[in-house]
Design a protein around this ligand. Structure first.
Ligand code: ADP
Ligand code: 5GP
Length: 210
């Protein structure tokens, strides 16, 4: 089964979706499919100092920058939020997010728990969604299955995953990524429900008011 949105109209006023969760829970997999099905939701491409993994494209998956370039963006207040994750820095460029929201569009951030906390503090209206694994063993298996990281990196990511899972307590929505198709449906249903709120659809509400 999959959500079918054949004649679905985007709202007048978009939302800022913040998807977070521990590494290896399947955030990237879920987010990519949600964006494919909802082309009117923009993905915020982060800047990062980590090297590109094989298959990743600069400007599409991340903007890959040097430590100096990253530091300059922090100094210029050009990042909406940023955090150090596993020894690398990651941040959300501020202007594209603020511009898209000002135009009434929706934006989706795939960021870590520290970043999600910063966004919630500055923008309490953000919709926060936390992706949970069915259990810890599953996270480890997925990190290994992705086979893009070394053993040392995997061990470090497992230790941090336990800590990151505490972020679930602060989120608006929880999605368990056990069966992938179910998780796709649940994430997309959350996005559609949020964008169907009357407050985001003033023109539709006005059309039927007498
Ligand atoms: P994250 O972005 O949270 O670090 P990824 O999306 O890269 O996680 O997923 C990590 C690995 O787990 C990938 O190899 C992905 O294909 C796999 N994966 C994701 N979701 C599932 C699922 N529900 N069942 C099995 N494997 C999954
Ligand atoms: P990865 O290196 O696996 O792509 O990402 C590692 C972690 O960094 C993930 O939890 C991912 O969500 C997070 N991340 C990616 N971009 C950003 C960002 O712009 N800001 C923050 N705070 N975290 C990010």
């Amino acid at each position: 089964m999959s959500l079918i949105l054949r004649s679905w109209q985007p709202p007048d006023r978009g939302a800022l979706f913040v998807v977070s969760g521990a590494s290896g829970t399947g955030k990237t997999t879920l987010v990519k499919e949600a964006l494919r099905r909802m082309p009117h939701v923009r993905f915020s491409v982060s800047v990062t100092t980590r090297p590109a993994r094989s298959g990743e494209v600069d400007g599409r998956d991340y903007h890959f920058v040097t430590a100096d370039e990253f530091a300059r963006m922090v100094d210029d207040d050009a990042l909406l939020e940023w955090a150090e994750v596993y020894g690398n820095r990651y941040g959300t460029p501020r202007a594209p997010v603020e511009d898209a929201l000002a135009r009434g569009e929706s934006v989706l951030l795939d960021i870590d728990v520290q970043g999600a906390r910063q966004v919630r503090r500055h923008m309490p209206e953000a919709v926060t969604i936390f992706i949970l694994p069915p259990d810890m063993a599953t996270i480890e298996a997925r990190l290994r299955g992705r086979s893009t990281d070394s053993e040392a990196v995997i061990a470090r990511r497992m230790a941090q995953a336990r800590q990151q899972l505490q972020g679930a307590a602060e989120a608006d929505y929880l999605v368990v990524n056990d069966d992938l198709e179910t998780a796709h449906d649940v994430l997309q249903a959350i996005i559609v429900a949020e964008l169907s709120r009357r407050q985001r659809r003033a023109s539709l509400a006005a059309r039927f008011s007498s």
